[in-house]
Design a protein around this ligand. Structure first.
Ligand code: GDP
Ligand code: MN
Length: 390
C-alpha cells in the first residue's frame, strides 16, 4: 500500500525526523491562509498523488507571492497529474501541500528496503539526491552507498556516523542525520514497511537537515496488524479494476495488450503471458484466480476482463490439480450465461477430469474454442483476437 507525501511526513515527525512547515489544503480558498501561517516569502505547492516524478510532471511549483500560490492551486486542483511514473491518464489531484520554501544547499538521497539477495534491511544513500536519482543509480552506481543492517542486531549510532561521513556531513548535521536514519529504521521495522525513501534529504544554508519529500510503501500482507496505516489509504489513487478484483480474492493487474487472461496460479499466469507474447500477441492483464476457484469467482473474473476496453479475446488456462476441470467448465458456462460472451474465447483445461470439462464446453450452446495443449491455445487466441480487431 502506498501513502501520500503529507502522510509520510506526518509519520516522519512522529519519529523525530525534521520536515519543512507545511499546510494541507483541499480547496483554493484555503491557500491564502495557509501561506500567511507559514513564515517567509517563498512557498512550494505540491500535488499529492501516489507517484514520484512530480517535479518533472509540473506537480511541484515554486511561488514567490500568494497570488502565484493561488494560480498554482487553480492549475493543479481537479487536474490529472501525469509524471514519468504514472500511466498516460495520470492521477487525480484532490489535495495540495503548501510548504514553506527552503534555502537548499545540498540534495541527498536516503532510503531503506529489504535486499532479497543479502536478506538484510539495506540502507541506500547518495550525495547525488534529487530528481535524477534513477539516472545516478543507472549510470554511476558507485555513487550509491549501500549498507546492510545486521539482522541479529539493530542499527546503531556508530553505523549512522559511518554513513554520515560517506555523505560528507559534518558537525551538528551528523547528529541530525543520526536522528533521521534511526527514525526511518524505527518506522521501517515497526510498521512493516517494504520501502521508505527521503529524496531529497536536504541541507539548508541555515545548517539544518530536512526531509523535503517522503515516500513509504507498506507490505500489504502485514496491514492487518496496522489499523492506523490502513486508515491512510486513498482509493482515488488506485486502479479501480484491481480493487474490485481484490474484493473477490482475485490477483489482477491491468496491462496494455489485447488478450484477456484467466489463469489459476501466478506462475502459470506468467507462463501463459509469455506464450501469448511469443506467438505475437500481448496480454491485456495478469489474472490469477487462485487455487480453489469457484464458479462465482470465475464469473467475476470474466466480468472484469470483458469490461476492459482494449480486450479483443480471452484465453482461459486452468490446471486442475485441487479443483476438477469439469467443475471449472461448469463455472465458465455459468459465467458466460450470466455476463454474456461478446469476444472470442479459447479455453485450455489440463489435469483432473480435463476431458470431461472440455467435452462440456464443446457440447455447450456457446461458441467456445477448446484446446488441450497450451501452445495451441495461445496460437489460436492470437489468431482469433486479430480477426476480432480487423
Ligand atoms: P518528486 O519530483 O515527486 O520527487 O517531488 P519532490 O518533493 O522531491 O520535489 C521535486 C524537487 O522540487 C526537489 O528535488 C527540489 O529540487 C524542488 N523543491 C521542492 N521543495 C523545494 C523548496 O522548498 N525549495 C526549493 N528551492 N526547491 C524545492
Ligand atoms: Mn522526490
Amino acid at each position: 500500500m502506498h501513502i501520500h507525501e503529507y502522510q509520510a511526513k506526518s509519520l516522519f515527525r512522529q519519529f523525530n525526523i525534521q520536515t519543512p512547515e507545511a499546510v494541507l489544503i483541499d480547496h483554493v480558498s484555503q491557500a491564502s491562509d495557509a501561506c500567511t501561517s507559514l513564515a517567509g516569502e517563498l512557498w512550494v505547492v505540491k500535488a499529492q498523488v501516489h507517484a514520484g516524478g512530480r517535479g518533472k510532471g509540473g506537480g511541484v511549483i515554486l511561488c514567490h507571492s500568494i497570488e502565484e500560490v493561488e494560480n498554482a492551486c487553480n492549475q493543479l486542483f481537479g487536474s490529472n497529474l501525469i509524471t514519468p511514473q504514472t500511466d498516460t491518464k495520470g492521477l487525480p489531484v484532490h489535495q495540495l501541500l503548501i510548504e514553506g520554501g527552503q534555502n537548499i544547499e545540498r540534495e541527498l538521497y536516503l532510503g531503506l528496503l529489504v535486499d532479497r539477495q543479502t536478506q538484510k534491511i539495506t540502507i541506500l544513500a547518495s550525495t547525488e539526491g534529487g530528481m535524477d536519482i534513477e539516472k545516478v543509480a543507472a549510470e554511476t552506481p558507485d555513487k550509491i552507498i549501500k549498507f546492510g543492517v545486521d539482522p541479529l542486531g539493530s542499527l546503531n549510532a556508530k553505523d549512522c556516523d559511518t554513513i554520515a561521513s560517506q555523505l560528507k556531513l559534518k558537525g551538528e548535521l551528523v547528529n541530525q542525520f543520526t536522528k533521521t536514519l534511526l527514525g526511518l529504521y524505527e518506522i521501517f521495522t515497526s510498521k512493516d514497511v517494504s520501502l521508505i525513501e527521503i529524496n531529497p534529504l536536504i541541507t539548508t544554508t541555515e545548517n539544518n537537515l530536512l526531509a523535503l519529500d517522503g515516500k513509504i510503501d507498506f507490505d500489504d500482507n502485514a496491514l492487518y496488524r496496522h489499523e492506523d496505516i490502513v486508515e491512510l489509504r486513498d482509493t482515488s489513487q488506485e486502479d479501480e479494476k484491481e480493487n474490485k478484483a481484490s474484493e473477490h480474492q482475485l490477483n489482477y493487474i491491468s496491462l496494455n495488450g489485447t488478450i484477456g487472461c484467466m489463469v489459476n496460479g501466478a506462475g502459470l499466469a506468467m507462463a501463459t503471458m509469455d506464450l501469448i507474447e511469443h506467438h505475437g500477441g500481448s496480454p491485456a492483464n495478469f489474472l490469477d484466480v487462485g487455487g480453489g476457484t469457484t464458479a462465482e469467482r470465475v464469473a467475476k473474473a470474466f466480468e472484469l476482463i470483458q469490461t476492459e476496453d482494449n480486450v479483443k479475446g480471452v484465453l482461459v488456462n486452468i490446471f486442475g490439480g485441487i479443483v476438477r476441470c469439469d467443475l471449472i467448465a461448469e463455472g465458465i458456462l455459468q459465467a458466460i450465461d450470466k455476463v454474456g460472451l461478446t469476444l472470442p474465447i479459447v479455453v485450455r483445461l489440463e489435469g483432473t477430469n480435463a476431458k470431461q470439462g472440455l467435452a462440456l464446453l464443446d457440447e455447450s450452446e456457446f461458441d467456445i474454442a477448446t484446446e488441450a495443449d497450451l501452445t495451441q491455445a495461445a496460437i489460436r487466441i492470437v489468431a482469433l483476437s486479430e480477426g476480432a480487431s480487423a
